[in-house]
Design a protein around this ligand. Structure first.
Ligand SMILES: [Zn+2]
Length: 459
């Protein structure tokens, strides 16, 4: 459980007073949002709802044009030692990783430093009154202070892990999470008929960058809200993440990047009662909260005391990253055949998604059907059903761990073979009580692989 270090109530009031003149100076009363620049970030918020959000959540700020951003004060304390980063690709491919090559929507993860000029982050007139006064135009260091001069093997593994974890959070969506720099016009959106756009997640170890864009120590990330698909917001496509605030943990860094990207796609914070961020329970926490828990998912506020009931998955899709079409049918007639020891992969894209497969078996020797979620940062808790000829279907759904690391998310069936055609179904599931100890199937989504072994499974 993380501890938050919040400014006291008086400080919060000062902060809100401090930003009031800047919104007024743009000749916009609080009731006339969205602003007259055509900024769509606030289109879903009425003036009253925006005022309420600003009053409730001190991390929410307005820039001088009335655009909403969040300066996130995540905890620095980790609950335990981190496992060494696992490599997911050859180290030479660290900066050419793509989660969905060819997608027109892009989240570019940038680790090697960046020249930042002429953006909202450089504009002291926009940020000055509320944050650190804006960033000087020039080159700014990346992860571990890198300025493009190469990374150690350990750093490359860490970068791969961050990429894999962020990719998994966005697995149900048509968006390419990539470590490769896209062409400049691939991120900017020129007008509403431009279909290629995205955001630029810049990871920086620089205290100066953090101070200039996010107001000082304690800030783990900062991003504008709802700008992902906004042609008027090409100056605000950078979101920042500050790994020094997170002990350089790839897991926490990935959580912060997904959280900030969530802001750019229109999401607000998942709080609880007076807490601006919900810290989760058991192994679970919402991505738009803040915690050190191991199973982080998109949420619709099903836990007790939720302050935000945004349907995260719907909001993400409405603001620039469409849901994927289903990859595997649910019924036996259209089910894909799986062959012995030849894994198939898929994505559980919605809580109602069921992916069906058939196996042809020839004898009664032992068979193993193994469904595994993503190796790093899975959001998917799997359930598996196996139906053998003339036998009732059997459900495999191990209960996930109550606390600590997230165990029990995979599902494996083992049993005797039976000649004929089997039906295997893969789906996501919840566990325990979503209000207090667990989670529903809502955000239990993501990639899986399914593998069948045993000598009587036909090749
Ligand atoms: Zn936030």
């Amino acid at each position: 459980m993380v501890k938050f270090s919040w400014p006291g109530r008086a400080t919060v009031l000062c902060l809100l007073l401090a930003i009031a003149p800047s919104s007024a100076s743009a000749d916009e009363g609080a009731a006339v949002f969205p602003d007259d620049n055509g900024v769509t970030a606030l289109e879903d918020l009425t003036g009253a709802a925006l005022e309420e959000l600003l009053a409730r959540d001190p991390t929410a700020r307005l820039d001088a044009r009335g655009r909403l951003l969040f300066a996130d004060r995540h905890a620095t304390t980790l609950t335990g030692p981190e496992a060494p980063s696992r490599q997911v690709a050859p180290l030479g491919k660290t900066f050419t990783l793509h989660s969905r090559p060819g997608s027109k929507r892009v989240i570019h993860l940038d680790f090697d430093g960046e020249r930042v000029c002429n953006t909202a982050w450089n504009d002291s007139g926009l940020l000055g009154p509320i944050l650190g006064g804006g960033l000087a135009c020039g080159n700014h260091p990346g992860f571990k202070g890198n300025t493009g001069g190469g990374f150690s093997k350990a750093d490359k593994r860490a970068i791969q892990e961050v990429w894999a974890r962020v990719s998994e959070d966005f697995a149900p969506f048509d968006v390419d999470v990539t470590t490769q720099r896209p062409a400049r016009n691939a991120l900017e959106r020129t007008n509403t008929s431009d279909k290629s756009f995205g955001v630029h997640a810049v990871v920086s170890s620089s205290a100066q960058v953090r101070n200039s864009t996010c107001g000082g120590p304690g800030c783990a990330g900062v991003a504008y809200v709802g700008i992902f698909d906004d042609p008027q917001a090409n100056d605000a496509r950078i979101l920042w993440a500050f790994p020094e605030e997170l002990g350089n943990s790839p897991r926490r860094l990935a959580d912060v990047i997904s959280h900030e990207a969530g802001h750019t796609l229109g999401l607000n914070h998942d709080g609880q009662g007076n807490l601006d961020y919900y810290g989760g329970h058991g192994i679970w926490a919402p991505i738009m909260g803040s915690s050190d828990r191991h199973l982080t998912q998109w949420s619709r506020g099903e836990y007790a005391g939720a302050t935000e009931t945004q349907d995260d998955l719907a909001v993400l899709a409405q603001n620039g990253i469409p849901r994927l079409a289903d990859d595997h049918a649910a019924n036996k007639r259209k089910a894909k055949r799986i062959r012995r020891a030849q894994p198939v992969s898929g994505v559980i894209g919605t809580s109602a998604d069921v992916d069906a497969f058939v196996i042809k078996a020839s004898c009664r020797a032992k068979v193993k059907v193994k469904a595994r979620n993503a190796d790093l940062g899975p959001n998917l808790d799997l359930r598996l059903t196996v139906k053998r000829p003339r036998k009732p279907a059997q459900l495999v759904n191990p209960l996930s761990s109550a606390s600590g690391t997230a165990g029990g998310l995979d599902a494996t069936w083992q049993g005797k073979g039976r000649p004929g055609t089997w039906l295997v179904k893969v789906a996501g599931t919840g566990a325990r009580n979503p209000a207090s100890t667990g989670y529903s199937g809502y955000g239990s989504l993501g990639r899986y692989t399914l593998k069948v072994t045993g000598k009587c499974v036909r090749r």
